[in-house]
Design a protein around this ligand. Structure first.
Ligand code: AMP
Ligand code: MG
Length: 419
């Protein structure tokens, strides 16, 4: 499916506002349709599509699409249920459902969400520079020559990623940029697949499809030592001891941004809702109509939002984030190469098609979804232990190549798997 078509379907999904009473197909639940915690590049719209229309690029780049209505909460009080979608951040679709006292308040929340996502998208961008702003790409260009002052929201995500590096067994390294960009170039040259059903692209497109050179990967890997990233908290500066170092925040940026925006919205007064950035799903409070919030685990084989593989009943205020091999990949000699790179082999991870993490903090859930995607079960147990020692409760959902679903014990009662 091409991107435009997918957006069209999403819009249709958005328009099906009332569809809060669907169910996981094949399941016995009669509760709410789950939002999808799909992997990068796809998105978690709350409702299933009913009809579709094409969206022009202009429309996609303009202000967020929104619609809504007044509904009754569990006590019969009138509240505004609004939905919004925008397409211009983090190379993905952001969808949201917010419950507000009135439409004006909803619009205020929506505008804030969009503005903040745009700002953070630019800050965390390692492929573009922007006037009047120091993005990751600007840092990559300058930090080898000396300290570069950065925005607090960029400094914070760097600190956060350093703090969690060890606990993740060094699997997620934000200084892996030189290696990741070689894979990025290979994917771009091949015309990366955007997911199942997108087989008209990639290896059959006539573009050059080849793997990065092993020697080039090894040379690039000489410049990925995270210990050479120097952060000065007092001056809020970043410096590279190795001028060839480069940062890539792709493993954590969307989730981190989602959590930041969510915290901002809570400070503004938003109490109930759901925010999904490319499948980084963050919940606010409880469902005002007394239903449980559910988030779907996408089927990696079909990527079909209407046929979630499983639905997770979520605690209020929690997050679920998925890393998958089925959204961004290219094919060489019949083999699929995804976008998550094992720092040990310098090649894409091959352990699972999808891993989801449930945690309170959406930034941590994103960082760890990539981590667990790269960990075998024994390593995963060590990571879980590391966080348990810090008092952080995590849930993990693994999908294997036969679509079998396994979870950490703490999720067993909350996950409903499709028949
Ligand atoms: P996610 O979809 O959250 O699992 O993140 C995948 C993205 O993280 C990729 O597109 C890269 O930008 C980046 N990435 C891939 N592998 C790694 C790694 N081992 N360490 C740090 N970042 C990575
Ligand atoms: Mg991640």
């Amino acid at each position: 499916m091409n991107r435009k078509r997918r957006f069209a379907l999403l819009l249709a999904g958005l328009m099906a506002l009332s569809a809060c009473q669907g169910k996981v197909p094949g399941s016995s639940s009669s509760e709410e349709a789950p939002a999808q915690a799909s992997a990068q590049g796809s998105q978690g719209s709350q409702e299933g599509p009913s009809s579709s229309r094409e969206i022009s690029p202009e429309e996609m780049a303009a202000k967020p699409l929104s619609q809504g209505d007044y509904v009754e909460d569990a006590e019969g009080k009138k509240i505004y249920q609004g939905q919004g979608t925008f397409f211009d951040t983090f190379d993905t679709v952001v969808t949201l459902t917010y419950f507000a006292p009135d439409e004006e308040t909803f619009q205020k929340y929506l505008t804030y969400t969009h503005d903040e996502f745009l700002r953070l998208h630019k800050l965390y961008d390692n492929y573009h520079e922007y006037e009047g702003l120091t993005s990751v790409m600007t840092v990559n260009r300058l930090a080898g020559q000396g300290p570069v002052e950065v925005d607090p929201d960029l400094f914070d995500i760097l600190e956060f990623s350093l703090d969690h590096y060890e606990a993740s067994l060094g699997k997620v390294n934000i200084a892996l940029g030189p290696v990741l960009s070689l894979w990025h170039e290979a994917r771009e040259a091949a015309g990366a697949h955007e997911g199942p059903g997108d087989e008209d692209q990639g290896s059959t497109s006539g573009k050059e499809v080849r793997l990065p050179d092993k020697s080039a990967l090894e040379e690039a890997n000489r410049h990925t030592d995270l210990a050479k990233l120097r952060l000065d908290k007092a001056a809020r500066t970043v410096a590279f001891e190795d001028p060839k170092m480069a940062l890539d925040l792709g493993a954590v940026a969307k989730g981190y941004a989602t959590e930041k925006v969510a915290k901002g919205l809570e400070a503004m007064g938003l109490k109930n809702g759901l925010l999904s950035a490319g499948g980084n799903v963050r919940l606010f409070g409880y469902h005002p109509q007394g239903r449980p919030w559910k988030v779907g685990v996408e089927d990696p084989k079909t990527n079909d939002r209407d046929q979630a593989l499983a639905a997770m009943k979520m605690e209020s205020g929690s997050s679920m984030v998925t890393s998958g091999d089925y959204q961004r990949y290219f094919i060489v000699d019949g083999k699929r190469y995804n976008h998550i790179i094992d720092p040990g082999t310098l090649y894409p991870a091959t352990l699972y098609p999808s891993v989801s993490v449930v945690a309170e903090d959406s930034g941590l859930a994103d960082f760890l979804s990539t981590t667990f995607f790269l960990c075998d079960k024994e390593e995963a147990a060590r990571v879980l232990e590391n966080y348990k020692e810090q008092g952080i409760d995590l849930g993990v959902i693994w999908v294997d190549f036969d679509n079998r679903v396994t979870t950490t014990d703490n999720l067993a009662g909350a996950l409903e798997v499709r028949d």
